[in-house]
Design a protein around this ligand. Sequence first.
Ligand SMILES: [Zn+2]
Length: 122
Amino acid sequence: MNCEKCLAVMTEEESVSHSGMVVCENCAMDLMSPAKACDPWAVKMATGSFATKADAVASLQGIEKELYELIEGGGRVPSEDVHTRLGVSHEQVKRAFSVLRHMELLRGDRRSDGGSDLVLFD
Ligand SMILES: [Zn+2]
């Protein structure tokens, strides 16, 4: 199947229903981001209130912090494994990743098998 937004090939498992569209995880994150105005980290990042990346990392809490530390320690973690490693729901991981991606701390890296790994942004 294909993402209805970017037309990327994806498996049914990777597909996300959002606003009546079936899209890939990347597009779902993009679609969800406008609703993140109430998220303190996203807002701080958007307003540039972090002077440095170290400041941004130091401000992380909860799942965002756990997710960042998991990737920082593991280097590369398959996106589909993250929620079991952290013991949280897939949705919670997506939300946390969306924040960390906006903060340019983590990014998704596509694998040759079509899945993606989460890696440090740089
Ligand atoms: Zn897409």
